[in-house]
Write a protein that binds this ligand. Structure first.
Ligand SMILES: Cc1ncc(COP(=O)(O)O)c(C=O)c1O
Length: 491
């Protein structure tokens, strides 16, 4: 197929760009190229496709377009031969997988609907600066800290958990590290771990990196299904389950009140630990308080409780906590000590100053109102442009919408097309520990001002139509009985 003049002009420009850069260098986004070259998206995409076919560039879903590594590497005479590393390292063990895509810094101007954190506009930046300057005046700030953390901060997390005592809390640099430590401390490589399906990508990555075998347990609109959980414990012999009972990421599901005691009883009978990831405690959005943590009703040391401040304050404020009792606490603490001794005193002291200031509850109130407006605007836009079936249920808290895609649409391909249009999305399949039962997207409503929601989703819908035309006619599948949102819709 021939190309017209403008495509040829873009191709020539891109060839120049590729020639001047090493393999692996990132190329400008489609939007940036459109601006520089004054060309439309179709022309830019056609040019990119051509160079992709020629093997000059490489599109990496969710990451961007890169200069392809040269096939026959022209050797730099001074470069070291690193091939020995392949033999020394052997088969790959810990791979970040899709977590690496989520962790990528968005390019300027991109619409980061894949973000799992507050955008700049909603972060507690001023409060953090004020808290940090108060913290800086504390004596001994740069000395050693106890590995388990500052007493005052542990006391705050203990009170907030509604059950643990300060000596049962260990401060961590965020909760990703807490989860990674928990998987290593509480199970051995090869052991099974039960996880909700779908669930947080970072927990899946951490469990895999610890060598654990992921056993998916389906959820419905009311969270983990107790019947299937009990069966999964029985069939797998697992002694560990990871769950998010409150505003689960990605679905927003809340474990129903009547299931909470049942879940703990199942764990007690299986003599198992429950890692409760309470990441979204600060984000109830419908005026009713979040349900009490599972930990608050655990009498037997089964619940390992994890809570983060990175979500409600700012992503760079890497403070979280993990709580446990008995031998599990001792193992977790040993693992944390071996990992990185302790969390810097400046961050911990800043956390104490932040959380005890009268401005903190005000920040949370303002934040919830802003998030509620963003959730509602994005949900309205999704329903208007993608149809009501895309979002049968509004999450009552958290930061995300879990959007079902029409049948015949590939989440990966749609995310790639969107990325080329500078819209960053998280493909649903990454959130499932095994085969996804359908195609989904996780959309962060935090990152989009309410007035921008309709435009963004209209753009997404136009990409979806293009995508659907190539695969098959878009149209929602009949509801799958096991899918939580669909079950609720039919009820
Ligand atoms: C459910 C859940 N748990 C834990 C984390 C880890 O967060 P952090 O390490 O920033 O505390 C995240 C981050 O996205 C999350 O979504």
């Amino acid at each position: 197929m021939g190309t017209d003049n403008s495509t040829e002009r873009v191709i020539q420009h891109l060839r120049g760009l590729v020639a001047g850069q090493a393999g692996g260098a990132r190329l400008p986004s489609v939007r940036a190229l459109m601006r520089t070259l004054r060309a439309g998206p179709v022309t830019i995409e056609a040019a990119l496709r051509r160079l992709d076919h020629e093997g000059l560039i490489e599109a990496r879903p969710g990451q961007g377009t890169f200069v392809a590594a040269p096939r026959a590497v022209a050797k730099n005479p001074n470069a070291a031969d690193l091939d020995w590393q392949t033999l020394a390292l052997g088969p790959a063990r810990a791979a970040a997988g899709p977590l690496a895509g989520l962790a990528l810094m968005p390019t300027p101007g991109a619409l980061a609907l894949n973000a799992g954190y507050l955008p700049d506009a909603l972060q507690a930046s001023e409060l953090l600066s004020a808290a940090a300057s108060r913290a800086l005046r504390r004596p001994g700030l740069w000395g050693r800290c106890a590995p388990e953390g500052l007493d005052a901060l542990r006391g705050w997390f203990a009170a907030a958990s509604g059950s643990f005592l300060a000596h049962e809390i260990t401060i961590c640099p965020g909760t990703q590290s807490a989860l990674a430590a928990a998987f290593r401390a509480l199970a051995a490589p090869g052991d099974p771990v039960l996880v909700e399906s779908p669930t947080y990508v970072g927990a899946l990555a951490a469990a895999r990196a610890a060598g654990l075998r992921l056993v998916p347990v389906p959820i419905d609109a009311d969270g983990l299904r107790p019947d299937l959980l009990a069966e999964a414990f029985r069939a797998s012999g697992a002694r560990l389950v990871y769950c998010q009972p409150t505003y689960a990421n990605p679905t927003g599901a809340v474990l129903a009140e009547e299931r909470r005691a049942v879940l703990l009883e199942i764990a007690r009978r299986a003599q198992a630990f429950v890692i409760e990831d309470d990441w979204a405690r600060d984000f109830p959005l419908d005026g009713t308080a979040a349900p009490a943590p599972l930990a608050a009703r655990d009498q037997g040391g089964h619940v390992i409780y994890v809570r983060s401040l990175t979500k409600c304050a700012a992503p760079g404020f890497r403070i979280g906590a993990i709580a446990a009792r008995g031998a599990a606490l001792a193992r977790l603490r040993a693992t944390r000590l071996i990992d990185d001794f302790f969390v810097p005193g400046l961050l911990q002291e800043t956390a104490v100053q932040l959380l005890t200031a009268p401005s903190w509850p005000r920040h949370l109130r303002t934040l919830r109102a802003a998030l509620r407006a963003r959730r509602d605007a994005l949900a309205d836009a999704v329903r208007a442009h993608l149809g009501a079936a895309a979002l049968p249920r509004l999450p009552s808290g958290g930061l995300h919408l879990w959007v079902r895609l029409p049948e015949g649409i590939s989440d990966l391909e749609l995310c790639e097309r969107a990325r080329r249009a500078d819209i960053l999305l998280s493909p649903g399949r990454h959130w499932f520990p095994a085969e996804p039962p359908g195609a989904y997207l996780r959309l962060s409503f935090a990152s989009l001002a309410p007035e921008a929601a309709a435009g963004a989703i209209a753009r997404l819908a136009s990409l979806l139509t293009g995508e659907g035309e190539r695969n098959s006619e878009p149209g929602f599948p009949p509801p799958a009985a096991s899918h939580p949102q669909e079950r609720r819709r039919r009820a």
